[in-house]
Design a protein around this ligand. Sequence first.
Ligand SMILES: NC(=O)c1ccc[n+]([C@@H]2O[C@H](COP(=O)([O-])OP(=O)(O)OC[C@H]3O[C@@H](n4cnc5c(N)ncnc54)[C@H](O)[C@@H]3O)[C@@H](O)[C@H]2O)c1
Length: 322
Amino acid sequence: MSGRNEGKTILITGGGGFLGARLAELILAKDPKAAILLTDIDRSPRVDALAGRVEFIRADISDPGICRDLVGPHTGTVYHLASLVSGGAEKDFEAGLRANLFATIHLLEACRLRAEKPVFVFTSSIATFGGRNLPDEVDDYTYQHPQNSYGAAKVAGEQLLNDYSRKGFLDGRGVRLPAIIVRDVANTALSGYASNMIREPLAGKDYLCPVGEEMRIPLMGIATATRLLHALGTMDGALLGDYRSLNGRGISPSAGEIAAAVAACAPPERPLGSIAFRRDPEVERVVAAWPRVMHGKRAEALGLPGDRGIEAVIREYLAGLG
Ligand SMILES: NC(=O)c1ccc[n+]([C@@H]2O[C@H](COP(=O)([O-])OP(=O)(O)OC[C@H]3O[C@@H](n4cnc5c(N)ncnc54)[C@H](O)[C@@H]3O)[C@@H](O)[C@H]2O)c1
């Protein structure tokens, strides 16, 4: 924690989610006395696992009053992770707007009105890239033209983060995350196959992959993603200049390469489920519209964490299973 924010509260929205709970664990591992307030619309078993070590408030942050209650004068850092991810926001436009746009605006406003220039970490997404002229490989400065409502809300969030930082209301840092693996529980993200094809076979279950073997999307391991969020929250924000969001450093194994890596990493004593491929046109249509490769040169230049390869991520996952 930077000196300015020492002893202040760390607010994590979406704290019951995949990244939020893991981030809280990482912060506590570094500083067991850290004052962490987790908030989420649902209390998940991930929050139960943190009981006694964090404060938890169940709340819907698409309500501006709730955001003002959650952010106080002692809020030093906000990690804003709450979101209704890609598939969910496509199915329910209004719910997506509430979770992905209104909640971000209300939280930024609460920070402007109530806290003393907090650090604000925003999780944007690879889903902000898209459109007919999308190159196969994107970098930090590729223009963003999302083809889904989730991505559109994230672009708006990135721009607001720039503007609130420019005005000096807060100290914003944003990252466009690739798909994070290996999810413990499936959510509505259409990139979920990359997690499922690792988690399920290693749990001894057969898995039917909804995309072809050649499909490639940028990925990042959960351990690296949480270290990245923490690094963003504790670095000198001025290093980001006037463009506060950068690309995460993705790795891009094909679905076939992930399957091969699962087979190569599986411990012999563990029953291993099979992986078969059957294309689901709906999933392929959305996933094929994302970039194949995501370069994170700004993150690299700043020394922010990145993965070494898919096998390393799978071995890390297996180590976590014990
Ligand atoms: N996991 C990924 O692959 C990935 C990739 C790119 C970007 N991101 C971004 O990273 C962040 C965290 O992702 P995650 O994988 O932990 O997602 P997640 O779905 O596991 O968790 C998000 C949490 O937000 C909560 N939430 C949704 N609407 C809410 C509301 N109105 N009020 C309060 N809480 C609400 C949900 O209950 C959920 O627990 C999100 O902003 C997501 O868009 C994630």
